[in-house]
Ligand binder design. Structure first.
Ligand code: NI
Length: 172
């Protein structure tokens, strides 16, 4: 069990283009365990490795009520199945306290590898489709506030920067 610190927007490290995983080894296993521990502890429903400052293309998700169905996606790719778009209110562990509507493709095909490197495909809709697209954005250095107008995004940035400043001046 190793809960890691989650990077918070506008931390520039969240802009990293993450590298594909080539070695399916013990290090990857440990990374996935840390990511799951961090996600469940937060608590959240999805986490990308870069959110704990590891620039690798790895995602964990758990959309179950009981938090007992961990999904792992290594080197995921998303194909839009062209079933229209849907707008859902999203949140993000790296943008705490903000929920904003984001419009995304409604149904997608996910192609990914599991923690052993085996390839699999999964058709996703509903929250699975929303969540995987949100997390794949993280792997490409994108944060969901990028879908907002510049004015709204800067309002969030200022609030979070101020909140962190307050926190740092309290603990320093
Ligand atoms: Ni996020």
């Amino acid at each position: 069990m190793a809960v890691q610190k989650i990077l918070t927007y506008p931390d520039p490290r969240l802009r990293t283009l993450c590298e594909p995983v080539l070695e399916f080894d013990k290090n990857l296993e440990t990374l996935i365990e840390d990511m799951a521990d961090t996600m469940y502890d937060a608590p959240g429903i999805g986490l990308a490795a870069i959110q704990i400052n590891v620039p690798k293309r790895v995602i964990v998700m758990d959309l179950s009520e009981t938090k007992s169905q961990l999904q792992v996606f290594v080197n995921p790719e998303i194909v839009d199945l062209n079933q229209g778009t849907r707008e859902v209110e999203e949140g993000c562990l790296s943008v705490p306290g903000f929920f904003v509507p984001v419009k995304r493709p409604e149904k997608v095909l996910i192609k990914a590898q599991d923690k052993l490197g085996d390839h699999f495909e999964l058709e996703a809709d509903e929250m699975t489709a929303v969540c995987i697209q949100h997390e794949v954005d993280h792997l490409n250095g994108k944060v969901f506030v990028d879908y907002l107008s510049r004015m709204k995004r800067e309002r969030i940035r200022n609030k979070l920067t101020k909140a962190r400043g307050d926190f740092e001046s309290r603990v320093a």
